[in-house]
Design a protein around this ligand. Structure first.
Ligand code: UD1
Length: 364
């Protein structure tokens, strides 16, 4: 397969940390399809090396991959030396399970904060000027009713989990570092709830163990891996009593990174740090998601209503006007198509599992 050459100005070289993960892998695909060269740095703590095959099947290009932990400053330094000419970093690598962060806060603080510090220290040493950072709508906490939908001016609320706190601290670290005038600028993208898989079903979300997030749990229940979905609370102050989120298609989200990068590389930024909400602008309840999933895929999702999940926010959805107007990016995909992509991916995973069982039988 084609390996593009380094050092070509028309194919800028981008370092993508966490590029084997869910949002990272979809972004790598969009970058490659837009002509960028990509080096993935990932420690495979929540992904597998097979993701590279999926990326290659879709794009015809196998990106560079380095199995390196962003906590390892020396190893990361060597990456910048090996791939001379990196133009920008997109930093996804982070832990992201809210519940786990409550149980293991230091794991989250060390991983999510020290990784970013390493990258920000290494960037000026290697003359890299641009960073796109994966932030989250979690920084808004539960917005006041008058602040819904939330725009980027909505107040940042005290974090409700160590995970959320790491995102807030990361944003502060980036702000302080950029304003210290070391020649870096940053775009921070606040994601709402990314869902779905690539339409090719070659890549998608790969939760290890019991999923925390709604959609993998829904699709694993529909395919029979889980007995029933637990819906956490139907006594919220929402039309059907279940929580409301802004579910955004992961490919749409990935495309926003390419647009953000183009803005940075073509010197179009108006401020040294820019923040954008990435959502659809539409809030959907848990029950609406479950019912739509059942309907568009013609499957049943057995569920029961249980008590509220600690730390859950009642309702939040985005005002994406700034991303729409300033970035010229808009979420395009319908929720129906997105939920179909989730199901196609879950079915693909089932086939892969069955193949693995067959192969292991043959090798016995
Ligand atoms: C949260 C954060 C998000 C972060 C993500 C990382 C907020 C508002 N959102 O997403 O920024 O990136 O964690 O994981 O802080 N649900 C069920 N049953 C389940 C699973 C989920 O009913 O088995 C419900 C939840 O109660 C929630 C909705 O589904 O209402 C979405 O949950 P989830 O997918 O976990 O995402 P958030 O908690 O919104």
């Amino acid at each position: 397969m084609r390996q593009v050459d380094l050092h070509t100005p028309e194919h800028p070289l981008i370092l993508v940390t966490g590029g084997m993960g869910y949002i990272g892998s979809h972004t790598v695909v969009e970058l490659l399809q837009s002509g960028y060269q990509v080096i993935i740095v990932d420690n495979l703590s929540n992904s597998t090396v097979k993701v590279l095959d999926g990326i290659e099947k879709i794009t015809g290009i196998r990106p560079y991959f380095e199995n390196v932990d962003c906590l390892d400053y020396v190893a990361l330094d060597k990456i910048f030396i090996k791939y001379i000419g990196i133009q920008a970093v997109i930093h996804f690598a982070a832990r992201k399970a809210v519940g786990e962060s409550v149980e293991k806060p230091l794991l989250y603080y060390r991983n999510n904060i020290a990784s970013l510090i390493n990258i920000l220290e290494l960037m000026p040493r290697h003359d890299v000027k641009h960073i796109v950072f994966s932030s989250s709508c979690t920084v808004y906490g539960q917005p006041k009713p008058e602040d819904l939908p939330v725009n980027e001016q909505a107040p940042i609320q005290p974090a409700t989990s160590p995970y959320g706190n790491t995102k807030q601290i990361n944003e502060e670290i980036i702000n302080d570092t950029v304003h210290a005038n070391i020649g870096i600028n940053a775009i921070m993208l606040r994601y709402f709830n990314p869902i779905g898989a690539h339409p090719s079903a070659e890549i998608g979300e790969l939760p290890i163990g019991v999923p925390n997030n709604l959609l993998p749990f829904v699709s694993q229940t529909a395919i029979g891996l889980r007995g029933e979905l637990k819906i956490f609370g139907n006594d919220y102050n929402t039309p059907d009593g279940t929580c409301i989120r802004d579910y955004i298609n992961v490919v749409d989200l990935a495309k926003a990174h390419v647009v953000a990068l183009q803005r940075m590389l073509s010197d179009k930024m108006e401020e040294k740090v820019e923040v954008f909400n990435l959502g659809t602008g539409r809030g959907l309840s848990v029950m609406e998601i479950v019912k739509t999933f059942e309907q568009v895929n013609n499957v049943k999702v057995p569920y029961k209503i249980v008590g509220r999940r600690e730390g859950d926010i009642e309702q939040v959805w985005a005002d994406p006007t700034k991303a729409n107007t300033v970035l010229g990016w808009k979420a395009q995909e319908t929720v129906e198509n997105t939920l179909q992509s989730v199901w196609r991916w879950e079915q693909k995973l089932k086939i892969k599992r069955e193949q693995q069982i067959e192969e292991s039988k043959l090798s016995e």
